[in-house]
Ligand binder design. Structure first.
Ligand SMILES: [Zn+2]
Ligand SMILES: [Zn+2]
Length: 342
């Protein structure tokens, strides 16, 4: 199979082509595994964190990619759920032990044995991959392969973040950072909380206009003060300043959910602007969202099909994965980036 592999950690500023196109033997599905013929794989900001070493893969080389859509090609001897030819998706959660206190409580995303697709095991930047059948999902028919890819991470993690806000219908929701996940969360939130107003912080006028187009009640710059306080805010930016700025707009007792696997160090000094009485006093909370549980992925796929959410995608051929990553790093975002593998 053809695959784009990461051989060595690198900063994308210094190395604009950290992934190398290679030919590898097709993996063989284990007992409970399926072999997937990959059709598309989404490109996620987390790949930048893996490449640049903020959440490094434990072993190299590795095939990145955790928003995988394809068809089952073969099944392992004990695999029973899917038949060859069925369309399936794979998300960030590749494995968990299923037995610890977190797994039993439905928070397998916090499991110590949590393994991530495309970091701890080979992922979807390749023509084929294997995964345990219990960690694959049927994709609703309404979506094309490319449309389904961003739902598997940006959508599913965004959905978990939205759930963790504890928002009630009618309360104000803020979104800071308006990339692939923000777009999907806005659409899901409008459906799930029809009486809530959504406030979007985005850096460019273009992004702000896009947010209004998608139904945001208000859109403005990260530093701006919102016309009303926000009961919950989801932060999907990779940096710190927006977190501090958002906290001043948070309502008493409100919660800020940080949806980022790692934050970049570049503007960490912004945290020194944190003023207790302005930003935290009056029971304001900060909570992070870690990974996804399978429940988040399957529930979100169903919800997205019902609404329906059709993500805007921009396709790149597998061989151009490096270009897609460089563009993502430069934050040239409108639609989600998806690699076309087959
Ligand atoms: Zn992701
Ligand atoms: Zn566990």
């Amino acid at each position: 199979m053809k695959a784009m592999v990461l051989n060595k950690l690198a900063s994308l500023e210094q190395n604009k082509a950290p992934l190398e196109l290679v030919t590898l033997p097709d993996p063989v599905p284990g007992e409970n595994e399926i072999l997937i013929r990959v059709s598309v794989c989404g490109v996620c900001h987390t790949e930048l964190d893996e490449i640049e070493g903020r959440t490094p893969p434990p072993r190299l080389p590795v095939v990145l990619g955790h928003q995988v859509v394809g068809r089952v090609e073969r099944t392992g001897p004990q695999a029973r759920i899917f038949k060859p030819g069925e369309r399936v998706g794979v998300a960030w959660i590749y494995a968990a032990d299923g037995t610890c206190q977190f797994c039993r409580a439905g928070n397998e995303n916090l499991c110590e044995a949590f393994r991530a697709t495309g970091r701890d095991a080979n992922g979807g930047y390749a023509e084929t991959m294997t995964v345990a059948e219990g960690f694959a999902y049927r994709i609703p028919d309404v979506f094309s392969d490319a449309e389904a890819a961003p739902l598997l991470c940006a959508g599913a993690v965004g959905y978990r973040a939205l759930r963790l806000t504890g928002l009630q219908d009618g309360q104000n929701l803020g979104l800071t950072g308006f990339g692939a996940s923000g777009h999907l969360v806005l659409k899901a939130a409008r459906y799930q909380y029809p009486n809530s107003k959504i406030f979007v912080f985005a850096r460019s006028g273009q992004e702000q206009a896009f947010a209004r187009e998608l139904g945001a009640f208000w859109a403005g710059d990260t530093q701006e003060e919102t016309p009303a306080k926000l009961n919950a805010i989801i932060d999907t930016t990779p940096v710190w300043k927006p977190v501090v700025e958002a906290l001043k707009n948070l309502e008493r007792g409100g919660r800020l959910v940080v949806n980022a696997i790692r934050k970049e160090e570049v503007d960490k000094a912004s945290l020194l602007q944190l003023d207790y009485s302005t930003h935290l006093w009056l029971e304001k909370e900060i909570k992070s969202v870690a990974n996804v549980a399978r429940r988040d992925v399957s529930e979100f796929l169903e919800l997205a099909a019902r609404i329906p959410i059709r993500p805007e995608v921009e396709e790149f051929p597998l061989e151009k994965a490096n270009e897609a990553l460089v563009e993502l790093k430069a934050r040239k975002i409108r639609g989600a980036k998806v690699l076309r593998v087959a």
